[in-house]
Ligand binder design. Structure first.
Ligand SMILES: C[S@@+](CC[C@H](N)C(=O)[O-])C[C@H]1O[C@@H](n2cnc3c(N)ncnc32)[C@H](O)[C@@H]1O
Length: 221
């Protein structure tokens, strides 16, 4: 089995990101009150639901490339919400058989024949021309290509980077991957903003809206 086939088990470690305060995000860990209900930190397996909700609150439905999208659950959820979503992953996998709707608490069953459109290839910047928004959730080998493709082809992007794996360039020692990627985005003329989702693990992301986006959609709400 290759390294890539292993990586949906989430046993790998990611480097510790800068503190929330350093990123200008609220540091909930400092909150003296005990969390309960919806505020409770969710297990990592719910990252797709949480990112889906954030995306649909932040952008209008559009053509999104879920790069490194693996099983395609996030893409599936976005399609259910009226988006056009495609997984681009050299190791695409089949959808899980079920997932939990966090809003209703109900289990959603997926039928065997259900699947999402996918391009079973490593992402290249030129592929960006078919999308309005490029998304990389804990994706490998493609974070820099996403930023370059988004800049060149007028796309918005959303990145939640974790490990530095198979990237064409890496940060110099002492510079963390996340702020270094933000700098790369800024060099590509993006204004960036951080966001944080409420799940365990690397839950900080950043996004940029391309001022040269040729589409009316997506526009940030
Ligand atoms: C850690 S997994 C994350 C999968 C999924 N987004 C998630 O959050 O569970 C990294 C994914 O990146 C994919 N990947 C590796 N190299 C890639 C490349 N060059 N272009 C696109 N995807 C790549 C792997 O096959 C794997 O599915």
């Amino acid at each position: 089995m290759t390294h890539h086939q292993h990586n949906t088990d989430w046993t790998h470690k990611y480097p510790k990101p800068p503190s929330l305060a350093e990123l200008g995000l609220e540091d909930r860990e400092q909150d003296p009150k005990r969390k309960s209900g919806a505020a409770l930190t969710k297990p990592k397996k719910f990252r797709f639901q949480l990112l889906h909700d954030w995306l649909t609150e932040t952008f209008e439905p559009c053509r999104v490339g879920d790069i490194g999208g693996a099983k395609g659950l996030l893409a599936h959820m976005l399609i259910r919400s009226g988006w056009e979503a495609t997984v681009i992953d050299p190791y695409p996998q089949t959808l899980p058989t079920k997932y939990k709707d966090l809003k209703t608490g109900k289990r959603i069953l997926l039928k065997d024949q259900e699947n999402v459109p996918n391009i079973p290839q490593a992402f290249q910047p030129e592929m960006a021309q078919d999308f309005d928004l490029l998304l990389g959730l804990h994706a490998h080998g493609c974070n820099l290509h996403i930023l370059n493709g988004a800049a060149k082809y007028g796309c918005h992007f959303v990145l939640m980077p974790c490990c530095v794996i198979d990237e064409p360039k890496t940060p110099p020692s002492g510079i963390h991957w996340l702020p270094w990627l933000v700098d790369q985005a800024k060099k590509n003329a993006f204004d960036t903003e951080f966001f944080k989702l409420n799940f365990k693990g690397q839950n900080i992301g950043f996004y940029g809206q391309n001022p040269n986006n040729r589409y009316q959609k997506p526009t940030a709400k």
